[in-house]
Design a protein around this ligand. Structure first.
Ligand SMILES: C[S@@+](CC[C@H](N)C(=O)[O-])C[C@H]1O[C@@H](n2cnc3c(N)ncnc32)[C@H](O)[C@@H]1O
Length: 294
């Protein structure tokens, strides 16, 4: 167990934290931006009641503290940062593999794990590029893919890989562009046009080296020698129609965008960000297997 001084030093480390963790004795890790509190709360409320209904605990209670609805399930948290969402899966009984491309994020996640005493054989944090996932098909019952899609140069490749490693359901949370009208494109012959409802905006991420929440110069399978510096890092920010089309094209059989509750963070209420459940088998098949009433 870390001493009080060591815990205080960890909390005071710069930069600020992605999540507020209670380290005991009144020490709480300070957020790097205040709005993150309501972003995380909104996402938690959009994701977990839904997941708890799909994977109810054996005694029939659903999503209440202390239930173990994910007992025996294997989960992946891709781009886990300091690990808060991995904890939520762990608390429901899951076996969780959590990965992040940045060493600094995983070092913090491991420090929090050791302070909290979470079992290392059921919650594992590892520095890894998502594109390096070599797991066989259907390895993880549930995959979290939160805040990652719009940071990648190869988002479609990522979703194909996500589909491969998912067994039941993948949960994708992402930024959207505000483009809702179709984009008109010519198509091979004069006067022939397509109306493209699904679209992406390209964002040049110039601070990727310094921003530990962003894409990574060596991500998307690039090696250090191919990563030629921040000028060459692009993020593809999708609109909601693009996320749905990409998930279905990657092979998910059902895709559901979750409606935020009243009082949620404004970014979700205005559909600037959103959460999707993407089912590899039909929702009905997952519910029947887990004995859920959904
Ligand atoms: C915006 S943060 C989201 C963190 C967390 N999933 C959440 O939603 O609260 C994006 C995270 O993805 C990580 N990341 C970026 N590219 C990655 C990659 N190719 N493989 C794994 N993690 C990556 C970043 O280091 C960062 O921690």
């Amino acid at each position: 167990m870390l001493t009080l001084e060591e815990r205080q030093k960890l909390a005071d480390e710069s930069p600020g934290w992605m999540y507020e963790f209670n380290l005991g004795d009144g020490i709480v890790t300070p957020l790097l931006a205040d709005e993150l509190r309501s972003v995380h709360q909104t996402r938690e409320r959009m994701i977990f009641p839904h997941l708890d209904r799909l994977f109810p605990s054996v005694d029939g209670t659903q999503g209440l503290d202390g239930t173990q609805g994910l007992d025996g399930t294997r989960c992946l948290d891709a781009g886990c940062n300091e690990g808060y969402f991995a904890h939520l899966l762990y608390h429901r009984g899951a076996d969780v593999q959590a990965i992040d491309i940045r060493e600094v994020n995983i070092r913090r996640a491991q420090a929090i794990q050791s302070i909290r005493g979470f079992e290392p054989d059921r919650l594992r944090f590892e520095v890894r590029d998502f594109f390096d996932c070599q797991e066989p098909p259907d390895t993880y019952d549930i995959c979290l893919f939160l805040g990652l899609l719009y940071h990648l140069e190869n988002p479609m490749g990522a979703l194909r890989l996500l589909h491969r490693v998912t067994r039941s359901v993948a949960i994708i949370e992402t930024q959207f562009t505000q483009q809702r009208a179709p984009i008109v494109s010519g198509w091979g012959q004069t006067g022939v046009t397509c109306q493209l409802e699904a679209s992406c905006g390209l964002l040049l991420e110039e601070d990727a080296h310094a921003n530990r929440l962003a894409s990574h110069p060596e991500g998307d399978g690039q090696t250090a020698s191919q990563a030629s510096g921040p000028t060459y890092l692009l993020s593809f920010v999708p609109n909601p129609a693009a996320v749905e089309l990409m998930l279905k094209t990657a092979g998910f059989v059902e895709v559901e965008q979750i409606t935020p509750r009243p009082g949620s963070n404004p970014q979700y209420l205005s559909n600037d960000r959103g959460v999707f459940f993407a089912y590899k088998q039909s929702r009905r098949a997952i519910c029947e297997r887990k004995g859920s009433n959904e």
